[in-house]
Design a protein around this ligand. Structure first.
Ligand SMILES: N[C@@H](CCC(=O)N[C@@H](CS)C(=O)NCC(=O)O)C(=O)O
Length: 234
């Protein structure tokens, strides 16, 4: 049996089943990418809630796995060569899980690189830009008198939505007929922009019907419905 006790994170979040992949997360747009992926693949795993209200993400145990104090992170007892693997950064985790299970990533080389390209588009563009828009529209930044930072992120978010809109005009999903980790990375952020951030009108979401059409298909998937609530409050 694999022994995960060498990993300090298991002192704070004990692994009940040492053979299962351990997920440390919270249902935020970055966190649910991994819970949705795990639900889609059917891999057995144990979710652990990292409570931001208790600053769990800056605890020494969490930092031992991710020095960047951000969820999601995983610890897989059955990593490459059968050895445990700890990983942070949602994009890296999605690629790892896709390759481990051979699911949600095309098997041909060109399709694989194009999927990674759209995953990077989310990681480097949609996530950071929408996140800044959330700060200036919904959180502390909304009280700033100077609206230029907010407007900058509105414009950039609209531009990114336009890129996605044009791409989806001829495709069911980002990679065409195949539903992939690029969709699993992207649609939680679109949902968050419209829902939690309440920024749909601000970015003119009605101008992006292909994006909202694909979002509706995404949130209708049973694994997505489950993943959006994991880890649940204890
Ligand atoms: N690039 C990282 C971003 C992760 C991230 O920003 N996580 C947020 C929640 S969505 C977080 O953990 N924030 C806690 C903090 O900054 O203290 C990834 O995709 O995994």
């Amino acid at each position: 049996m694999t022994d995960l006790s060498d990993f300090a994170i298991t002192k704070k979040w004990p692994a009940r089943n040492q053979d299962r992949l351990q997920l440390y997360s919270l249902p935020t747009p970055n966190g649910v990418k991994v819970s949705i992926m795990l639900e889609e693949t059917g891999l057995a795993y144990e979710p652990h809630r990292v409570d931001f209200e208790k600053n769990d993400q800056t605890s020494p145990e969490f930092l031992s796995l991710n020095p960047n104090n951000k969820i999601p992170a995983i610890l897989d007892p059955d990593g490459p060569d059968g050895r445990p693997l700890a990983l942070f950064e949602s994009g890296a985790i999605l690629i790892y899980l896709a390759e481990k299970t051979r699911q949600f990533m095309p098997h041909d080389a060109a399709g694989r690189y194009q999927t990674i390209q759209w995953l990077m588009f989310q990681m480097g563009g949609i996530g950071p830009m929408f996140g800044q828009l959330g700060f200036f529209h919904k959180f502390a930044g909304k009280d700033y008198e100077d609206k230029r930072p907010r407007d900058r992120y509105v414009a950039e978010s609209r531009r990114l939505l336009g890129v996605l809109e044009a791409h989806l005009a001829e495709r069911a999903w980002i990679m065409g007929d195949a539903y992939t980790i690029a969709d699993i990375a992207t649609f939680p952020w679109i949902r968050n922009l419209i829902g939690f951030y309440g920024a749909g009108d601000l970015v003119g979401i009605a101008d992006f019907p292909q994006v909202t059409r694909a979002l509706e298909a995404f949130v209708a998937r049973p694994a997505v419905v489950r993943g959006l609530g994991i880890p649940s409050p204890s």
